[in-house]
Every structure is written in structure tokens, then in C-alpha cells.
Design a protein around this ligand. Structure first.
Ligand SMILES: Nc1nc2c(ncn2[C@@H]2O[C@H](COP(=O)(O)OP(=O)(O)OP(=O)(O)O)[C@@H](O)[C@H]2O)c(=O)[nH]1
Ligand SMILES: [Mg+2]
Length: 221
């Protein structure tokens, strides 16, 4: 224990410094970086695929680049590329979160135009990814009806650190017994000021409201 704490602190401090340098470099070129967090299968890639056409339809808002984080496979990157999205894969080979060094590595292989949106889909996990900054302007946490209504109570850190929550799969709320009021109460307790957007990742319903909010935040609102 006495040894573990200083080592952990050193890991966080080294990561924080690298992430701050990444953020400074990207922000200087007007790149807006969003770290997308949430459990496996919650709808993170669906969210990106729903926002991508809205971004493409607003050329003044800047182009989109995506970094996909997964323990293994490039399935999400291939799915996004099939939609015409420029996506790049990080395979962690076992690590349960992305860190700043991984982002620095992949950025060296990417061409990111000035004023781009940079979406980074983190590893599906509600715990570790919340502990590592990776150069983002903001975190977005995705939660789904299928995971149950109690997630903000059980994993408060990721909800508290995110600028907004996106709730997916409410179309199957009844089938899975999701109590949206209880979920909202828990979320409100850990993130009193942050908005909650409902998104159907299959139809795209709700994506416009989320995108409008992101545009406002990016513009400094
Ligand atoms: N019914 C329903 N299904 C959804 C919704 N959003 C996503 N899905 C489905 O949920 C499954 C997982 O979605 P993904 O977007 O791949 O989830 P993910 O969070 O990127 O998954 P990982 O990258 O594996 O962590 C897919 O079959 C989607 O079609 C939704 O709002 N409603
Ligand atoms: Mg995914």
C-alpha cells in the first residue's frame, strides 16, 4: 500500500502532463476533442455514426476524425470507414483504458485538419477510462437502458467527470425494466449541472439536440 500510492500518483502525473501537451497542441489548431466513455455495447460507435452525418452536413463546423479504442479488433473502425468516416484504431491488447501515450502514438499517424472534431471512443468500461485524461476538451458518458437504472449510483466518477450524459436504448426500456426517473435522479445527484440527452442509436432520434449542444459548447457557450 505504502509503495502503491506513490507509483500510482507518478503514473497519473506523467499521463496528465502528456495529455495537457496533446490538448495544447490540438487546441492551438482549433481541434475540438471529445472523449467518449461508457460500458461495452452501450452505443458509443452508434453515437459517432449518428453525429457524423450532422457534422458532414455543417461544413463550417469542421471535418471529423475518429480514434477508436478497443482491447482487440478494428471492427468499429471498419464500420465507421464504411460510412465514410476517417477513423483510426488503437488496439490496447488488454489494457482497460486509453492513455495519453497511446493517443500521442496514433496522432503521429493521422492527418488532422485545423478546426476538426476529434472523437475518441474509449475502451468499454465505466471505471478505468474515467481516471486517465487523454487530451480531451470534454468527456461524454454514454449509458443505456439495457445496463439498468442504477449506473450513476454505482459508478459516480465517470458521470461526475463528464460534461454530459447520453442515454441510449430507451426504445427497449420496458422490455428491460429500465426506470428512467431513478436513473435521472442518480445522475442529477452526481452531475447537478450537466445535461442528459436521450439518443436512439439505431434511428438517430435525438442526435440533433446533442449536436446542437456540442456546437454551443465548442463555441464557448
Ligand atoms: N435498441 C437499441 N439498440 C441500440 C441503440 N444504440 C445502439 N444500439 C445497438 O447496440 C449494439 C451496440 O452498439 P455499439 O454502438 O456498437 O456499442 P459500443 O458502445 O460502441 O460497443 P463497444 O465498442 O463494443 O464497447 C448495436 O447492435 C447497436 O445497433 C439504441 O438506442 N437502441
Ligand atoms: Mg464501439
Amino acid at each position: 500500500m505504502a509503495l502503491t500510492i506513490p507509483i500510482k500518483r507518478a503514473i497519473y502525473e506523467a499521463n496528465d502532463a502528456k495529455a495537457a501537451a496533446i490538448h495544447a497542441r490540438l487546441a492551438a489548431r482549433g481541434v475540438f476533442t471529445v472523449n467518449i466513455l461508457g460500458s461495452p455495447g452501450v452505443g458509443k460507435t452508434s453515437l459517432i455514426s449518428r453525429l457524423a452525418p450532422l457534422i458532414a452536413a455543417s461544413p463550417a463546423a469542421g471535418p471529423l476524425r475518429v480514434i477508436e479504442g478497443d482491447v482487440a479488433s478494428d471492427l468499429d473502425t471498419q464500420a465507421l470507414r464504411a460510412l465514410g468516416v476517417e477513423a483510426y484504431q488503437i488496439e490496447t491488447g488488454g489494457d482497460c483504458h486509453l492513455n495519453a501515450a497511446m493517443i500521442e502514438g496514433i496522432l503521429g499517424k493521422m492527418e488532422i485538419p485545423d478546426n476538426s472534431w476529434l472523437f475518441i471512443e474509449n475502451i468499454g468500461n465505466l471505471v478505468c477510462p474515467a481516471e486517465f485524461v487523454i487530451g480531451e476538451d470534454l468527456k461524454l458518458v454514454v449509458a443505456s437502458a439495457a445496463e439498468g437504472s442504477d449506473k450513476p449510483y454505482k459508478y459516480p466518477t465517470v458521470f461526475a467527470k463528464s460534461a454530459a450524459c447520453v442515454l441510449t436504448k430507451t426504445d427497449i426500456a420496458e422490455a428491460v425494466g429500465f426506470d428512467e426517473e431513478f436513473f435521472r435522479k442518480g445522475y442529477r445527484a452526481v452531475a447537478p449541472e450537466a445535461p442528459l440527452f436521450v439518443l436512439n442509436g439505431r434511428t438517430g432520434e435525438g442526435a440533433q439536440a446533442l449536436f446542437g449542444w456540442m456546437l454551443g459548447i465548442r463555441a464557448g457557450g
